[in-house]
Design a protein around this ligand. Structure first.
Ligand SMILES: [Zn+2]
Ligand SMILES: [Zn+2]
Length: 147
């Protein structure tokens, strides 16, 4: 997804880096704080792409109880704990509603979130400034630094 396709509502949102609360592994560097439409008490983090080789799908899809989406639970590869889910087959209602195009979700109770800053390290990074997945050089840059 390119920058221009992101709905204006989401461009002002902060970008979060997410670590598994159980083992500390980084599971996402492109997280967005989200509230479920179906359950506004549930706080989640959504992403357009999880960290590479950080999460795995739990076998067997399940149906949600509030719409026709089919979801698969997500487990942290490092420790095996379930930390979220992915929408493997979104329903028509959800596709038609104003969504951010994110089909990967993390439970806020299962991750530690920290806000990402821009490359100069001076300002908080916003989704409107975040490059598309293929162009997110800061992810590649940071990853190489940690090796
Ligand atoms: Zn749905
Ligand atoms: Zn973990």
């Amino acid at each position: 997804m390119s920058k221009s396709e992101l709905h204006p509502t989401f461009r002002e949102k902060n970008v979060y880096s997410l670590d598994c609360i159980f083992c500390g592994s980084n599971v996402c560097r492109r997280g967005m704080k989200a509230v479920l439409l179906a359950d506004t008490r549930t706080e989640m983090y959504s992403t357009d792409i999880p960290e590479k080789d950080a999460v795995d799908l739990v076998e067997g899809g399940i149906l949600t109880n509030h719409c026709a989406c089919k979801i698969n639970q997500l487990a942290c590869i490092a420790c095996g704990n379930e930390i979220g889910y992915t929408v493997s087959r979104p329903c028509r209602k959800c596709l038609m509603s104003c969504n951010n195009g994110h089909f990967w979700m993390y439970f806020s109770s299962c991750v530690n979130a920290s806000q990402r800053v821009n490359r100069a390290g001076e300002e908080l990074l916003l989704w409107g400034d975040l490059p598309s997945v293929g162009e997110d050089v800061s992810v590649i840059f940071e990853t190489e630094c940690f090796r």
